[in-house]
Design a protein around this ligand. Structure first.
Ligand code: ZN
Length: 284
């Protein structure tokens, strides 16, 4: 599978990179702390195209997508989820090309792109057709309640959105984000026969099962640190737990880590291993 080498590693915004098997990637010009080099927009097919994660509605990015489409028929605009770095370009593309919007609506709209309305609601196991072969929807709630990974069956490459990223552990922001669901979704991916992972930010990842196993291990290690901190500190607020549990993480990332810490505590609370005592959390 021609997925490695210079071209596939090119994450320059606006450049159309052929990943092989009729799949192209265009990185959106929205680099940042949470978006890495920018959001990966994927185009499947050449005559009948499915766009996955069209990204932010920035003029140059929409122009690059439309130029890459050329005279092809746009079969659908699909999303992995509707965070504002993934889906706002979907509605203008769907309008211009008369294509359906394929995705799921979130449980809690806070933090989601309000412009995305699924006109082709996706259920687990649904397929989208294009001339690069079918894309299978794998529901993976956790990072977002409406998160879907898309399995390109001809290549066995899973397009993972923000569920699995290359260099960072995806943030889980309650209440829409849910750590219990996140770990269940990772466990499900661990049962799939995959050749590679193509995340929503950063390069294609080889050794998919090693990456997934490392992510599960990382989460369980963090959970163990939460339990150890609760045992050491006694009743402790989120702010007291944060620098202890995330002592290994740079302080400028603690605002993000705080969300995942809360997600861990909610999971532990559900399991009867932690609980709230006023504004503090305690071990149970
Ligand atoms: Zn996201």
């Amino acid at each position: 599978m021609p997925l490695s080498g210079t071209a596939a590693g090119d994450l320059t915004p606006g450049r159309v990179v052929a990943l092989g098997a009729g799949v192209r990637r265009i990185v959106a010009p929205n680099p940042g702390r949470m978006t890495g080099p920018g959001t990966n927009t994927y185009l499947f097919g050449s005559r009948e195209v499915v766009i996955l994660d069209p990204g932010p509605a920035l003029g140059p990015h929409l122009d690059a997508i439309n130029a890459a489409l050329g005279t092809a028929r746009l079969a659908a605009v699909a999303v992995t989820h509707t965070h504002p770095d993934h889906s706002p370009a979907a509605a203008p593309l769907a309008l211009r090309h008369g294509a359906p919007l394929a995705g799921r609506m979130p449980r809690d709209a806070a933090g989601h792109d309000p412009s995305f309305v699924a006109t082709l609601p996706i259920a687990d196991g649904d397929r989208l057709a294009c001339d690069a072969g079918p894309l299978l929807a794998v529901a993976t709630p956790g990072h977002a309640s409406n998160h879907v990974c898309w399995h390109h069956e001809p290549t066995r490459i899973l397009y993972t959105g923000d569920h699995v990223l290359g260099t960072v552990s995806p943030v889980i922001v309650p209440p829409d984000g849910d750590m219990t669901e996140y770990l269940q979704s990772l466990a499900r991916l661990a049962t799939l026969d995959l050749a590679a992972l193509a995340p929503g930010h950063g390069p294609v990842l080889a050794e998919p099962q090693r990456v997934i196993a490392a992510l599960i291990r990382h989460r369980l290690e963090r959970e163990a640190r939460v339990l150890a901190a609760l045992a050491a500190l006694g009743p402790a607020t989120l702010d007291a737990l944060l620098p202890v549990v995330y002592a290994d993480v740079a302080a400028e990332l603690h605002d993000v880590a705080r969300c995942s810490l809360l997600a861990h505590l909610i999971k532990l609370g559900r399991e009867g291993r932690a609980g709230r005592a006023g504004s503090a959390w305690v071990a149970r």
